[in-house]
Design a protein around this ligand. Sequence first.
Ligand SMILES: [Zn+2]
Length: 263
Amino acid sequence: MDTRLRKHSIAELFEPLTDLATESERLFPAHLEFTDPRGSTTSIPRFLFTGPGERSTFLRVGIFAGIHGDEVSGIHAAVELLRRLHENPDPVTGYELFVYPVCNPWGFSQNTRWLKSGADMNREFWRGSNEVEVLMLEGQLLRLTFDGIIALHTDDTSHGLYGFAKGHQLTRHVLEPALESASRFLPRNFDRSIDNFQANQGIIEQGYPGILGAPPTQSPQPFEIVFETPHQTPADLQTAAHIAAITAILENYRSLISHAQNI
Ligand SMILES: [Zn+2]
């Protein structure tokens, strides 16, 4: 494939954000770059968004999309979310967001699930991987000790919305209203078994080893949600569902945390 075209597609994706960031006091591009000893550079796009509120008590949330490069609705949702927050930051009052819209840029450019090596990025975390993209993101997860981690995916075997809940004990109570909110756009998957896991109202509390998540040593654990839209449905509805889910997750986590602290 033509290199110019590939680069163009990532640049085009971020063009609206790059323009907005120049006039914003909340939105900052802060892309990751790593150059190996042979001089080959790997970049992972990253945007920071600072919500309104008291900085010293900010909750820090990482939003990760495009882990599988062919699951573009999450990628578009991450970009669109930032564009909307630029217009109205109120939904993220009390938060600082670290948004990684395309965790697997090579996969995105080739429209494939896989990393360039052929590995599935989402089976490589915290298992001694040598994949440079995984090492770069593990570094972020270690350094930033997120209060919450949201990963956006699409599933071509599911007919409806569902999610994985891990980490903090409140997580399932945050995922539930997110599924409810997103079901304004697409149906929820109520099957008892999804993706070979036991599921309850679209919530799975197990998971694959090696998925993107907090370092196993992090304590206390953040909430960790993998949100899945059905791949075979219209892309704009999937994007809307992702955004509705993220918004509900952040709103409900904030109120659950402040409620817990007041008890
Ligand atoms: Zn995926």
